[in-house]
Design a protein around this ligand. Structure first.
Ligand SMILES: [Mn+2]
Length: 396
């Protein structure tokens, strides 16, 4: 593991930014709390350098969207907490055109285009599921840009709340730094962000609603602002309203699943939420599947959980997508997680990548992953996934 390698490569990327003479940055970021913390970090850092920043929040890497931004955008493109898993795709669309910097922790696929810098710390021996989040990479990058960006360290801690194994690895170092700099204070088991007067955990939970649930209502921009300026009364009201709507939909869905049960095949248990979450961002289905993975009376502990929902074919700030899509989220419940860890079962991300090879764009981690597929491919996805798992079993 070497952070030096990262620092060197980040310095190169920053020099390239300067050399390009570009003044505009398109900051493409993920919609969850880590994505918003990531975006806020990079936004603050590059604005301090005098760049003009346009934010584009994506729930998913849609090829159509990526193609158009690499064709039409005049300036630098930075990806935050998104992009690494599609380095190859981004390369194909960029074709040496825009200087592109990827700051992410999802399993990377190496870009071939020399104008693309993927600074994912997995390339330097760290683990994106444990040691660092998207916001951690964004913070470390910002610190290479200018040491004064150390005042943003608390955002790395906020984003890293999504890491299930807690604060360890690089994040431990960031926490120590933030404590030394007096940016955060430990209060019992909580960590408080001094300037914003809110705990790391509470800001995380609120961003986790603003971005994902409020995706179609300007939630991501409100969240990025809250990361830097704190939560206003109006923001708190927006969060409460979004949360109430999501809870109502969750309740309806859980009642339905108790009534109808999940559908099942040899290795998979699945359900389709249809349009139940209409108006909310698609992350809600993943969050629901996570919740479901602990409902022992509803699910089998050794089968992959797949949940689907219809997507709106609009990307706020970009436009309308061609065609209709569903999102499928996969979660591994308890016993299956152990099997995956031991290499006896397939990781959720590998499963989805293989099952949607011809028609979907999948990404994620060992125990949680998702994919967007054309609506007419719903059944094919499940069938393919079952076949992929059957082959895996036969081969192991
Ligand atoms: Mn993340």
């Amino acid at each position: 593991m070497s952070i030096e390698g990262f620092i060197e490569r980040a310095s190169e990327a920053i020099s390239e930014m300067r050399r390009s003479g570009e003044e505009k940055i398109l900051l493409v970021h993920h919609d969850d709390a880590d994505g918003l913390s990531s975006a806020a970090t990079v936004k603050a850092a590059v604005e301090r350098k005098g760049y003009h920043v346009k934010l584009l929040c994506l729930e998913k890497v849609y090829p159509e969207v990526i193609l158009s931004i690499h064709r039409d955008w005049d300036g630098i493109i930075i990806y935050a907490d998104i992009g690494s898993a599609h380095g190859d795709l981004i390369s194909r669309f960029n074709r040496g055109r825009n200087l592109t910097i990827i700051l992410d922790h999802h399993n990377p696929r190496a870009p071939e285009d020399p104008k693309i810098y993927d600074l994912n710390l997995e390339n330097y021996g760290f683990k994106g599921e444990e040691d660092f989040s998207g916001a951690t990479v964004c913070y470390l990058f910002s610190k290479v840009m200018n040491e004064r960006n150390r005042d943003l360290s608390y955002l790395a801690l906020v984003g890293s709340q999504e890491i299930p194994s807690g604060i360890k690895g690089l994040n431990r170092l960031v926490l120590e730094e933030a404590l030394r700099d007096g940016l955060v204070k430990v209060e019992g088991r909580r960590v408080r962000i001094v300037r914003l007067g809110v705990t790391v955990k509470s800001l995380f939970s609120k961003l986790q609603i603003l971005g994902p649930v409020g995706y179609y209502e300007g939630g991501p921009d409100v969240g990025v602002k809250a990361c830097l300026e704190g939560l206003t009364e109006e923001t708190e009201r927006m969060i409460a309203d979004l949360e109430a709507r999501r809870k109502a939909a969750n309740r309806r869905l859980i009642a339905r699943l108790y009534r109808e049960r999940l559908r099942e095949s040899a290795h998979i248990q699945w359900f389709d939420a249809g349009s139940l979450y209409h108006g909310m961002g698609s992350k809600v289905i993943g969050q629901f599947c996570s919740f479901l993975s602990y409902q022992k009376r509803l699910i089998k502990p050794d089968k992959y959980i797949i949940g689907m929902m219809n997507l709106q074919n609009i990307v706020p700030g970009w436009g309308r997508l061609e065609g209709n899509f569903v999102k499928a989220s996969v979660r591994a419940p308890g016993r299956l997680r152990t099997l995956i860890k031991e290499g006896k079962a397939m990781s959720t991300v590998n499963l989805l990548v293989k099952a949607s090879e011809e028609f979907g764009v999948a990404d994620g981690h060992e125990y949680a992953a998702s994919v967007v597929v054309p609506t007419e491919k719903k059944e094919t996805l499940i069938k393919n996934a079952e076949a992929v798992l059957e082959t895996f079993k036969a081969g192991s």
